[in-house]
Ligand binder design. Structure first.
Ligand code: PEP
Length: 250
């Protein structure tokens, strides 16, 4: 059964006091029931503090990135084992900022996803086209190529640990949102692409999140679309009230 998920990507925005304050505020604002899983992704140094603060709450603390390497001479990197040792079981891989600013290749992202999955983690794998690719009508093939190169070496069983996040690059942090119809059209296309490779059961069970300037004012109509199973939220996740309001849109 696919799940509704609202995940906040805090990027490189919060130091320790801000991380503690934000998670405390989110906990205070949690309603009695939510119809979605709620996740937050602080920066690596604060994962343990956030994880401890999240204990006995429905919030899952997740990581923004991970190395594909097990250990060794990889200065500045963080391993799967390190994340798991502080309680982290889910990681975002392939965010457009990792692809475009840090030039992580499809090959590297495939290795990261494979390593995380093999070690029992859940992966939120991001895909999305640039504006130029949409303008020239190449958005569908751009996104499906990212999925094929990143995840099609996995087995159907391993796909149970995958969540997809469709994030058009032109909508991330720009205030510009894909229309609910554009999001639905892409999500439906992605689900069909997964079904063609792995069958309907796998495709129907994979959660596909939308990301790109989601706010409390537009979340309801985006999440109402049948193939949109939640959101990966950047800017709006830095305010506890707006983040919880987005989660309440389910
Ligand atoms: C993101 O970074 O994943 C994102 C969707 O950011 P924003 O919500 O700020 O557009």
């Amino acid at each position: 059964m696919r799940k509704n998920i609202v995940a906040g990507n805090w990027k490189m925005n919060c130091d320790l006091p801000m991380t503690q304050d934000l998670i405390a505020k989110i906990i205070t604002e949690l309603p009695d029931t939510l119809n979605c899983e709620l996740m937050v992704a602080p920066s690596h140094p604060f994962l343990y503090a956030a994880f401890n603060a999240s204990l006995e709450t429905p919030i899952e603390v997740i990581a923004q990135n991970v190395s594909q390497h097990e250990n060794g001479a990889f200065t500045g990197e963080v391993s799967i084992d390190m994340l798991q040792s502080v309680g982290i079981q889910t990681v975002i891989i392939g965010h457009s900022e990792r692809r475009n600013t840090f030039l992580e290749s499809d090959q590297e992202l495939a290795e990261k996803a494979k390593a995380a999955i093999e070690n029992g983690m859940r992966v939120i794998f991001c895909i999305g086209e640039h504006l130029e690719q949409r303008k020239t009508g190449n958005h569908f093939e751009t996104v499906t190529a990212q999925i094929e190169k990143g995840l099609f070496d996995l087995t159907a069983k391993e796909w149970k640990q995958i969540v997809l996040a469709y994030e058009p690059v032109w909508a991330i942090g720009t205030g510009e949102t894909a229309s609910p119809e554009q999001a639905q059209e892409m999500h439906e296309h992605i689900r069909k692409f997964v079904a063609d490779k792995y069958g309907d059961k796998t495709a129907q069970n994979v959660s596909i999140l939308y990301g790109g300037s989601v706010k409390s004012s537009n979340a309801t109509e985006i999440f109402a679309k049948p193939d949109v199973d939640g959101g990966l939220i950047g800017g709006a996740s830095l305010d506890a009230t707006s983040f919880i309001d987005i989660a309440k849109a389910f």
